[in-house]
Design a protein around this ligand. Structure first.
Ligand code: BG6
Length: 476
């Protein structure tokens, strides 16, 4: 028998609002924090990006040509409620009405994400966004409006994109006032507020959407210990608990892992949990997991005398600022380069085996359906004179990851679909338009908008064949 992906496997790709729509201040939309995050980085900002706001019909026609059966996109909160709460922006919601209808008309299932890093600036200015518990109520207000509006058209809902990354890079993905910069408890407090917001959105889907299912889209890396030394294996367990289980246990078991939580308490970083919070989190259970996988991570046990340790300690004591969250766990684990894996141009590990590893690991622990909501290779692409783009490196990357996904399904993991990153080239969060992810090339650079025309890359034609054969062209 020929090998292929399971029956009804969903095929498509993903994007997010601030990375593709542009029109950042058009038709009543006001700024989100991501519209201005790239200021002064030297990369493009979010004002135009890939101009999907004006070209969505052309783009959805390309999705149809590729054979998509689903598409993941995000809704920009500040397009719908420019001030975060209050009056709805009719023009803004009309864009999503049209977008969703166009997808459905073309036989493509819409899978929206409610929040992809883009807190309305109005709420940042009012109370510092997720730092303030009021954000939970305001997110609920926005989520209820959207869920009620599309309850008959959307059945699979994603709440918050990559809480784990929002926490790890808390000062890059949020406007955090200076006074909090040396207080890592804040990031775990923001995370707790997002957990509440996520739970409320899941409850709303269960309340309003017949046969609706709801889940997070998590940024997830399996974590390997550097070697079999017991200390390094312990560091692996520590990192798994604090970086992975800390998020998934909440979504699927309604609890924080005990070891990680006690470690946070010992280090004065634990979130304040109010009466009733854990009950709410349990009630707002997730039905499935959206999984964003790019790279695995490797750890060793920190050596207390090395420079790394000293620097991390000084951050904890507030003498120096500016490290990522998990580098501040000096007696728990330390990231280290994996000597067995190659990396991309930005030093991200390329590890297709990690895809099989994490799918099996997550499924054994939680037994929930999983949909791949991001996976892809950021790379420099070249538009040739004849309009072709030869991105065989991207094809190779996806082929190997799809083989790993297939193997996991053979062993019993319930994978619902593959929605890689990304459909069109978009504003890379960390590298603007240098680093491209799409199966469709968008003709622009960071400094020059050019004509923003679309060109199909070799990966587009390859993916079209993969979809048509339900994966069998790469699996046999
Ligand atoms: C994911 C995000 O973390 O990684 C996307 O959900 C992002 O928004 C993607 O674009 C790739 O990261 P980067 O930094 O290369 O854009």
């Amino acid at each position: 028998m020929k090998k292929s992906m399971p029956k009804n496997f969903l095929w498509g790709a993903s994007t997010s609002a601030y990375q593709v729509e542009g029109a950042a201040l058009e038709d009543g939309k006001k700024l989100s924090q991501m519209d201005i995050m790239n200021k002064d980085t030297g990369f493009a900002d979010a004002s135009v990006t890939s101009d999907m706001y004006h070209r969505y019909k052309e783009d959805i026609a390309l999705m149809k040509e590729a054979g998509f059966t689903a598409h993941r996109f995000s809704i920009a909160w500040s397009r719908v409620f420019p001030d975060g709460v209050g009056e709805v922006n009719d023009k803004g919601i009309e864009y999503y009405d049209n977008f969703i209808d166009e997808l459905l008309k073309n036989g493509i299932e819409p899978i929206p994400t409610l929040y992809h890093y883009d807190m309305p600036m109005a709420l940042v200015e009012k109370y510092d966004g997720w730092i303030n518990r009021q954000s939970v109520n305001d997110f609920a207000y926005y989520a209820e409006f959207i869920i009620k509006r599309y309850k008959d058209k959307v059945k699979k809902w994603l709440t918050i994109n990559e809480q784990s990354i929002i926490v790890e890079f808390w000062k890059k993905k949020n406007f955090v006032p200076e006074k909090f910069h040396n207080n890592p408890q804040i990031k775990f407090q923001m995370n707790h507020h997002m957990n509440l917001a996520h739970a409320i959105a899941c409850k709303l889907v269960h309340k309003y959407v017949e046969d609706g299912i709801c889940g997070p889209a998590i940024g997830y890396s399996p974590i390997y210990g550097l070697d079999a030394s017991p200390k390094n294996m312990l560091a692996m367990l520590n990192a798994e608990d604090l970086k992975n289980h800390y998020f998934l246990d909440i979504y699927f078991q309604g609890k924080y892992p005990v070891g990680a939580m006690n470690y946070l308490k010992e280090n004065n970083m634990a979130p304040v949990i109010e009466d009733g919070d854990m009950e709410l989190i349990k009630e707002g259970y997730s039905d499935f997991l959206g999984l964003n996988y790019y790279a695995s991570k490797c750890v060793k046990f920190p050596e207390k005398d090395n420079n790394y340790y000293r620097e991390a300690r000084s951050n904890l004591t507030g003498k120096k600022g500016g490290m990522g969250a998990y580098e501040m766990m000096p007696d728990f684990y330390e990231y280290i380069k994996n000597p067995y894996c190659e990396t991309n141009d930005w030093d991200w590990t390329i590890d297709p085996t990690g895809m099989e590893y994490l799918l099996r690991d997550i499924y054994e622990r939680y037994e929930i359906p999983i949909i791949i909501t991001e996976n892809g290779l950021g790379a420099y692409d070249t538009l040739e004179e004849d309009g072709s783009i030869h991105d065989e490196y991207r094809i190779d990357y996806w082929a190997k990851h799809l083989e790993a996904i297939h193997r996991a399904t053979e062993l019993g993991v319930d994978v619902m679909g593959f929605l890689p990153w990304s459909f069109v080239d978009l504003l890379s969060t960390s590298n603007g338009y240098n680093k491209r992810y799409g199966i469709i090339y968008v003709n622009r650079t960071d400094d020059d908008l050019k004509d923003l025309n679309r060109y199909k890359k070799d990966s587009f034609y390859w993916y079209q064949k993969v979809i048509k054969s339900n994966g069998s062209i790469i699996l046999n």
